[in-house]
Every structure is written in C-alpha cells, then in structure tokens.
Design a protein around this ligand. Structure first.
Ligand code: XMP
Length: 506
C-alpha cells in the first residue's frame, strides 16, 4: 500500500489513481497526518504530492521531519521534492525561468527511477521554485535546459525526488517512472486486482453488517447498482433493494434496472412505479430548484411508504465513491439519522451506512461492476442527475414533453453509441427548451419545439469542454430527431464549456 500525502496539488488525486492503475492500492491522506499514524499503517512507500505553495512561504505546509526518518521509500513530486531537499539539507530557490507545461528532460544518470527509460523524454512541469543544491548523498539524475536539478535520488536511503509530474499523461514515461518507484524502490506487489477488490469489499461488509437486514436504494446508475451487488454477495437475502421509478429516467432505463435486479436475479427488489405521483407534484412547477426539491422530497416519501417490511433494517447501502470522500474532506463515515443525504432517506429510520465503494474511483467501480457480471449498458452508463429529465425540460414537466425529450434523447444515445463515442463523452444528452420556432415540413408550416444537443468531455464534472462531435453524426442526429420525434422541428447544438456554462441546463 502506498500513501500519498496531499499538499494541495491539482494532480494529487491523479497520483493515487496512477498507482492503483499499476495495481497497487493507494490512498490520499492529508499532509499533516501524524507520523505515528502513517507508520502504524505500514505503507510500502510514501509519495509527497506537489502543491501551490513555495517552501519558504509563511504558513507553507510542512511535514513532520520524522517522516523522512521512517524506513520507508519516499518519492517527492514537485513541491514534495523541494520539501525533501530542504529538510535533508539541500537548497531551494525561485528559478529564473519559470517552467510550465512541456519540457525536454535529459537523463544524466538513470538510477532507480529512470531505469529502462530513454535519455531524452518529454515531461510535464508546473513550478516556480526548484532545487538549487541537492542534499548530501543525493545524485542528480535529470535536468532540463533551464533546471539543472530536475530529479535526484539517494538509492541507499530510498529517497527520490522529481520536479515534474510523472502522474500526468503528458509526461511520456511517467508511468514507467512511477512503476520503477513502486516495484524497484518499494518492492510493492501488484495485487490490487478486481477480484481482490471484490473479495476485500465483501469481507468488510460481512464484518460490518453481521446478520442485520440491509436496504439499498437503486438510482438506475452504476454506483448504487454495484454497491448493491457487492452487498448482496456479502449478506444474500438480508439485502432488499428499493427502486423508485420516478418516471424521469431516460428511455428503457427503468426496465434495465428491473432486468438486472428483478425476477431473474436473486436480489430481492421492491420496484415502486411512481411515475404518476411525481408528475402530479411537478404540475405547474417551472423553477429549477423547486423541481429538485420536489423530486428529492417525493423520493423520500415514496421510499418511506413503500419500503414496508424492512423497518427492522439496521443498515443502508450508499454508492459513495472515493472522489466524494476526498472532495467532502470527511475522514470517517458519518452515522446518519436524517434525510439530508444523497438520494434521500426515510426520516424515521436510524440506519448505519454501508459504503462498499468508499475507497474506489469511478473507473474502478466500472471494472468491479463488469467483473460482477453487470450488463454492459449499466456498467458504462453516463452520469445522470438525481432529478433526471425534470431538469432537462425547461419550464413545466408534462407527460407529453417528457415523451418528446425521451425520444429525442434516445436517438442521440443510439447514434453516439453507434459512432463508438459513448464512452469518450462524459455526458451526452438532449434538452427541451420552452420555446417554439417556425419550420416547414412537407410544404406545410410547423410551429414546434427545438431540441438542444449537449455533449461534453470532462474528468470530474467540475470543468467540462463541449465535445467536438463529427458533423456527419450531428447531421444524422438532427435528421432522425426531426423525422422521428413528433413535436420537434429544429435541432441546435450547445457549444458552451463549463465554466461559464454548467453541464445541465437547469
Ligand atoms: P452541472 O450542471 O452543475 O452538473 O455542471 C455537474 C454534474 O452534476 C450532475 N447534476 C446533478 N446530479 N442532482 C444530481 O444528483 C442534481 O440536482 C444535479 N444537477 C447536476 C450533472 O449531471 C453533472 O454530471
């Protein structure tokens, strides 16, 4: 196991992901985690991440110097390297030429880190400071034209530093360099495989839950479905899943959930058909936040009313991911008693959370889901907002408008999939504005809705770029929507990135 100490770099999460991609379990922890705690966890290696600060700045994050006394290999990246240099007797200063972006690195001595990598390689740098003199006993292993000490190491002490970002794809041999650290310096074992992840998770859930009854709300997405499958492996019939179909899902999605968890599977499923009920509540509602609130509240009510027979449940499954854990900054799962949580919980229930995906990234969840035998369509389902199509229909949500949007969206999904682009896009969907425009079809004037196509690429939904969909794909989508979806006479494309736009329209 590798611990990554987070000094605030935008790439810190990426380091943990890259280590896991090399099949070694890794966790991101705050830089000020006490040394005793770090030592007690017995890591195979420690990575100090980069960070926005300068080491000499007042209040710049430091580590307890005893960390470098531990008999554990340490790799410092960027700020992490500078800290290591400073604490080991080296010198750091602002470089004359600041380096941002691509640089040409020259290996002076391959040592451990650069073994089996070429003498010249492109790396990604982003720093204002650099190491001016290496600590005693350290060998300078790489340089760029403007930074003479781009990497150093002391193989004896198993201390390594790189001033660039091996975790970023633009660093050509970054993966090899990280692997050299993991396997040559740390002697880590690549055993973080889907099968082991599943075995571990199942064991942990069994320990936590014992013989208690467990409930799980299925949203229709891959996270809650995977969590449910894992928990089912652990506790069998003690798990009951509740799927509230609010009628705001995309075409055929509700059916696919029931198919995956319904009659043919051995997971007990309470399927609540609540389409009419949600539509009634949404009548005349046009404000986006009001829609969100109504869908959330109605979800709780329905869950409470329908989850009969499982009042004695002691645990609730949630599909919380590692990225949620990192983002919220919480270190432990909170015991929840109220309904403020994701998806909504019955107020009266006093439940402990079971979060089997808490240490996994989204891509790992997908690998686990596939390994558990989940249908591919669910495994690769793009993220979808809880309030569903209600926030993609501008203005009032009616049965008629839902049908228009669902059909248009289905055409888009079908075409995006057959163009082989579905997995490359973070999200792709149709939006139905509350306007009409004039058109002409078969010599007759039309006055109907436009549909807007929204497709974005993103890593985490915090920022997004509009996807450059091929023109021929757009043409097919446009023709098909207008020909196949009554009530639509125009197709527009949203070419706004986030920021300034958001991914959803409401
Ligand atoms: P925005 O539109 O803010 O969306 O760029 C970022 C990501 O969050 C999803 N989203 C939601 N998810 N409830 C959810 O569960 C919501 O109310 C909600 N609003 C937006 C959106 O689909 C995108 O992935």
């Amino acid at each position: 196991m590798i611990l990554v100490l987070d000094f605030g770099s935008q790439y810190a999460q990426l380091i943990a992901r890259r280590v896991r991609e090399a099949r070694v379990y890794s966790e991101l922890i705050p830089y000020d985690t006490p040394v005793e705690e770090i030592a007690a966890r017995g890591p195979d290696g420690i990575i100090l991440s980069g960070g926005p600060n300068s080491v000499y700045e007042e209040g710049a994050p430091r580590i307890d110097e005893r960390l470098l006394d531990l008999d554990v290999p340490v790799l410092g990246i960027c700020y992490g390297m500078q800290l290591m240099a400073l604490l080991s007797g080296g010198e750091v200063s602002s470089v004359q030429i600041r380096e941002y972006g691509r640089s040409k690195l020259r290996v002076k001595e391959s040592g451990v880190l650069f073994a089996e990598t070429p003498e010249e390689q492109q790396v990604w740098t982003s720093h204002g400071d650099a190491v001016l003199s290496a600590p005693e006993g350290f060998t300078v292993t790489a340089e760029t034209p403007s930074v003479p000490i781009l990497a150093f190491e002391s193989a004896d002490e198993r201390r390594f530093g790189v001033q660039f970002h091996p975790e970023v794809r633009h660093s050509e041999y970054g993966e090899d360099i990280l692997k050299n650290f993991l396997f040559e310096a740390c002697g880590a074992t690549p055993d973080w495989t889907p099968t082991n992840i599943i075995t571990d998770a199942v064991e942990r859930v069994r320990e936590q839950v014992g013989d208690s009854k467990v409930i799980c709300g299925l949203s229709g997405g891959v996270d809650s479905a995977t969590a449910a499958m894992l928990v089912h492996r652990a506790v069998g019939d003690n798990l009951t899943c509740v799927f509230v179909d609010h009628g705001l899902l995309r075409q055929n999605e509700a059916e696919q959930v029931v198919e995956a968890f319904g009659e043919d599977s051995d997971v007990p499923l309470i399927h609540v058909e609540a389409r009419g009920r949600f539509l009634d509540k949404l009548t005349d509602v046009t404000d986006p936040e009001a829609k969100r609130k109504i869908v959330g509240e109605e979800f709780i009510r329905t869950f409470e009313e329908e989850a009969g027979g499982i009042e004695d449940a002691g645990f609730l499954v949630q599909g919380t991911l590692y990225s949620d854990v990192i983002e919220s900054g919480t270190r432990d799962a909170a015991r929840i008693k109220s309904h403020h949580n994701v998806g909504g919980l019955p107020e009266v229930m006093d439940l402990d959370l079971v979060e089997p995906l808490r240490s996994l990234f989204k891509d790992e969840v997908r690998v686990v889901a596939a390994e558990l035998g989940m249908p591919e369509r669910m495994v690769w389902r793009q993220p979808f907002p809880g309030p569903g199509l209600a926030i993609r229909i501008i203005g009032e949500v009616t049965a008629e408008r839902l049908e228009i949007l669902r059909r248009a969206d289905a055409v888009l999904q079908e075409e995006v999939r057959s163009a082989g682009l579905y997995r490359d896009l973070w999200q792709s969907f149709a939006v139905l504005p509350a306007i009409h425009s004039v058109g002409v079809m078969g010599d007759a004037r039309t006055y109907a809705y436009p549909v807007v196509i929204r497709a974005v690429t993103s890593d985490d939904a915090m920022t997004a770029d509009w996807a450059r969909l091929p023109y021929d794909l757009l043409e097919r989508v446009s023709n098909r929507i207008i020909n196949e979806v009554p009530g639509v006479n125009r197709v527009a494309l949203d070419i706004t990135s986030k920021p300034p736009g958001t991914i959803e329209w409401e």
